[in-house]
Design a protein around this ligand. Structure first.
Ligand code: ZN
Length: 212
């Protein structure tokens, strides 16, 4: 790395989030609005770290009931059977539907855990003003944000499961409390990823650091 790259802030410029115009930072002091479209200007997402931490911890807490409580109850010939995410995956494996079992496992367990771990890692690295591989960390953030869309896989998975149950002529299938908690995990992780400001990674590069 040859020298630290300049940031817009260091050059006295602020990017408008809505129309992407670069504004003179003095505008911010004068009226705080974009000189072209009139949107409110802020150099960084407000309270980014606190918001991202709060949403990430909420997601972590909800992850417990999402996996312990049943996500669905299948009523079959008068007997009801409650399934958690893991027991559902196991039932699919036993039923020989391993591609679907893999899909549910990947979308419901692997992806949310990885996203939360990445967010915690990014938050800690920004707080410690780390100089370690800012480019790679930015790429990691972009990946996490992109993968958020793949959490929608779950909705398709549930649709497929409902279809399979109907083909099997089972009486009824209802969502359990675990499904609500799981929805909470997906939404709060998505919001956490949105509220994280990756520019904070580069702000840390501006401060001197003894270890590189
Ligand atoms: Zn603007």
């Amino acid at each position: 790395m040859s020298g630290t790259p300049s940031t817009a802030t260091a050059l006295g410029l602020i990017l408008c989030h809505d129309c992407k115009r670069l504004n003179d930072a003095r505008n911010l002091k004068a009226h705080g609005l974009c000189c072209r479209c009139g949107s409110r200007l802020h150099a960084r997402k407000p309270e980014s770290l606190a918001r991202t931490w709060a949403l990430t911890l909420t997601a972590c807490l909800l992850y417990v009931p999402a996996n312990v409580l049943p996500v669905m109850t299948v009523l079959m010939t008068g007997r009801s059977e409650a399934d958690t995410i893991l027991s559902g995956v196991k039932a699919l494996l036993i039923g020989g539907m391993w591609p679907l079992a893999l899909l549910v496992f990947f979308a419901s367990i692997t992806v949310p855990v990885l996203k939360l771990l990445v967010l915690i890692f990014l938050l800690l690295s920004v707080q410690m003003k780390s100089h370690w591989r800012p480019r790679e960390r930015t790429a990691l953030y972009r990946l996490t944000e992109t993968i958020g869309r793949w959490s929608m896989i779950d909705i398709f998975v549930i649709a497929i499961l409902v279809a399979l149950v109907q083909v099997g002529a089972l009486a009824s299938i209802t969502a359990g409390p675990g499904a609500v908690a799981f929805g909470g995990v997906v939404v709060s992780t998505m919001l956490a990823a949105i509220s994280f400001d990756p520019r904070l990674i580069w702000d840390a590069m501006e401060t001197p650091h003894e270890v590189d």
